[in-house]
Design a protein around this ligand. Structure first.
Ligand code: 4AD
Ligand code: MG
Length: 460
């Protein structure tokens, strides 16, 4: 064990006529006169390896002829050119060891295609299928590429806390973390007796803590899980999702947009270069036109619009939207999608939103009606990134925090960053699952994260 080769390596550089050992899970078995064919897959790539097993093998009748989808096997043999269509090489077995059986009467995955909805009911097995297996590989490629992008640009990685006492987005969507018993929670001021001596919760964003490091190390990023008790049962919302959050000192909104655009282009380019086989699967079965969309994003500049320009484009569209378009209202997914899919035909960065619909930390513009916010919108998804230049002026920030009803004492550390050596700074958050959705064309966000948490759903 452990000596075997990954199927991906065997297929990329076939070790012709060498003796090899390969392990994996049976996708299908087909029998012909005096021999059987197994398609096996080990998750290293989309393609299966065809194994040819002759009837003179010692366990042919007793075991090989009983193998079914989902069984795990180890095969020793020689890699030879395949005479048949469909693969260039195959593995001629000298020995087949059954590692684990999977009773076909109860194993939930069969050769046929299953719906994504059905696959969500078997979260522990669904990544053995072609589409979900490809999602997992692309997610991993993207995650690594995020770190590579920032590393190559000299950003410092910061591990921001999962448990926090700061409510970053201030939308009342923080999950409480408590060590109290349910009956103790009913007492007034209960959290004073709680584990941290005050109310704590799961982070909604690492931004505020990343700002601390931006103001000591200039260019930093954090990439971790974030949580929102948001009761949105949509194909774009999760209660637990991963966010990529850079934060840059000596940086304004223009600099912020440039980093966001460069990062998204870098990530898409990485996947185009490294995941061609998996992308072809999505193009063929899930999202026709996907490759064009990705190449277009890579090659074209993002379109930049102020919120005010976006609202007038929506008003002039002649479309009827479910949510009314009016200066001062937040943009809804339908508006966002119109802007990038029809109006611009490209990703769009919308900037300078009304102050009253955005978070307290965003820098107030000179007109005092808007803030230096930016949302990056992409076709098929809508909002992929939300960010802003941060308010670095102590007096303005204090005023906005009071207006937002925040306790200035609890955020003393945040104000200190403006009191001592304050500098213009900016950052953003990219929803990692929305990126995986965009890159794969997967419709439902629940299918691009291994263990989706949504209202009423956290099975394992
Ligand atoms: O726009 P949001 O709420 O921004 C922030 O949290 C900032 N503090 C980030 C920053 O400036 N450092 O969230 C950022 C992104 C969104 O654009 C979206 O892609 C994703 O996170 N997102 C979600 N993804 C899945 N499920 C949810 N419930 C999400 N909420 C936000
Ligand atoms: Mg947002």
């Amino acid at each position: 064990m452990g000596e075997g080769r990954r199927i991906r390596d065997v297929l990329l550089q076939p070790p012709m006529d060498e003796s090899v050992e390969v392990s994996g899970w049976v996708r299908t078995r087909r029998d012909a006169a005096g021999l059987s064919f197994l398609e096996i897959n080990d998750g290293s790539c989309l393609a299966n390896l065809q194994v040819v097993i002759e009837q003179d093998l010692i366990n042919y009748a007793t075991e090989v002829r009983k193998l079914s989808t989902g069984c795990s096997v180890r095969v020793e043999g020689a890699i030879v050119p395949s005479p048949a269509k469909g693969q260039t090489v195959e593995l001629r077995a000298r020995a087949v060891t059954v590692i684990g059986w999977a009773d076909p009467r109860v194993y939930p995955l069969q050769k046929k295609r299953h719906s994504f909805e059905f696959l969500r009911s078997v979260p522990h097995l669904r990544f053995r299928t072609n589409a979900l297996g490809a999602v997992a590989r692309i997610r991993s490629i993207l995650s690594f590429a995020v770190h590579r992008f920032f590393h190559e640009q000299g950003f410092l990685q910061v591990h921001t806390p999962v448990i926090t006492t700061s409510d970053c987005e201030g939308a009342g969507e923080m999950f409480t973390v408590t060590a109290l018993e349910p009956e103790q929670l009913c007492r007034s001021n209960a959290f004073a007796d709680d584990f941290f001596g005050r109310h704590a919760g799961l982070t909604e964003s690492g931004q505020l803590q990343a700002e601390i490091f931006a103001l000591s190390h200039s260019r930093v990023y954090t990439f971790g899980p974030t949580f929102r008790a948001e009761n949105s049962n949509t194909s774009r919302h999760l209660a637990e999702f991963w966010m990529v959050e850079p934060e840059m000192a000596f940086c304004d909104l223009d600099g912020n947009m440039a980093v966001a655009e460069a990062m998204v282009k870098f990530l898409v380019t990485e996947v185009l270069e490294q995941s061609a086989e998996d992308l072809a699967l999505f193009e063929r079965f899930i999202a026709p036109g996907l490759l064009d969309r990705l190449q277009h994003l890579r090659d074209q500049p993002f379109v930049r619009l102020t919120y005010t320009e976006a609202v007038s484009a929506l008003e002039r569209s002649g479309k009827t939207f479910a949510f009314p378009v009016q200066w001062g209202n937040d943009l809804q997914a339908e508006h966002e999608r119109y802007l990038c899919e029809e109006f611009a035909g490209a990703p769009v960065i919308v900037t300078n939103y009304p102050e009253q619909i955005k978070a307290f930390y965003m820098r107030l513009d000179d007109d005092e009606r808007t803030v230096a916010a930016m949302d990056v919108l992409v076709p098929g998804i809508g909002e992929l990134i939300g960010g802003s230049q941060r308010e670095e002026r102590l007096d303005v920030l204090t005023r906005r925090m009071l207006a937002a009803g925040l306790d200035l004492e609890e955020y003393g550390w945040y104000l200190d960053l403006r009191r001592f050596g304050s500098v213009p700074h900016a950052g953003f958050g990219l929803g990692f699952e929305r990126l995986v959705q965009f890159v794969t064309g997967m419709q439902n966000i629940r299918d691009v994260i291994p263990f989706p948490r949504t209202p009423g759903n956290a099975p394992c």
